[in-house]
Ligand binder design. Sequence first.
Ligand SMILES: Nc1ncnc2c1ncn2[C@@H]1O[C@H](COP(=O)(O)OP(=O)(O)OP(=O)(O)O)[C@@H](O)[C@H]1O
Ligand SMILES: [Mg+2]
Length: 227
Amino acid sequence: MHVIVVTGTGTNVGKTVLTTLFVRHLKARGMTVAAFKPLCSGERSDALNLAKALGSVPVDIINPWYFRHPLAPAIAARLAGCSLCIHEIATHVRIHTGTAAVTLVEAAGGLLSPLASDGDAPELIKALKAYPVLVSVNRLGVIHDVRSALANAALKRKGGAPVLLMAPLQRDSSYQHNLNFLQDELGEDRLFHFPRVSSSTLSGRIPVRFEKELDRLLTSLKVKLAQ
Ligand SMILES: Nc1ncnc2c1ncn2[C@@H]1O[C@H](COP(=O)(O)OP(=O)(O)OP(=O)(O)O)[C@@H](O)[C@H]1O
Ligand SMILES: [Mg+2]
């Protein structure tokens, strides 16, 4: 079981966009894929997007825990009178991953957002023995956000987490400097970036420039791509 946990430097950075692109890209390459957004709060659109990309998987399998309050899952769970531990989340993923060659798990919020009663995304990464990938948005401040997340031991596993920078809606003057700086610091093989595209492009056929970057990213996550 090859598990990838998609985490981020915060909420709304592009984790679901990357996870759904991974699903569609791996399927198009003839590979079997499972995907989960185990914890949703406020609404379930992430899980519904994954369900659409996967095809025939019930949303309750993709997202077994859904909380009404739009808060970090551990807080929303407490308000709902529910206690949830990392082991339960990892067990759900293991049971429902079946024979998939690649299993994708989108964590909630940022790396240290409260996830469960006994741990957050770093503990989930360890419990699943997963390859982590860190998503962030290329805007002023991203260097700090990426560096502080990468300082966490869970992102030092398996040779160090690759970092994906999503282009923002509007570039600020730091855009190219951020890319250059992080490329120097991490090396070309660990830094990836996606352009900003329209929502119809995101849901249509995956553009070639995305395909190349997705292949490069999957290779850095040690996924053996079918030729
Ligand atoms: N490369 C991109 N091109 C166009 N839109 C993008 C791109 N990346 C992200 N977005 C948009 O940015 C918003 C946030 O992306 P997304 O929902 O993937 O973030 P997230 O990290 O999964 O958020 P959450 O923490 O709520 O799960 C969405 O509206 C998404 O469509
Ligand atoms: Mg999401």
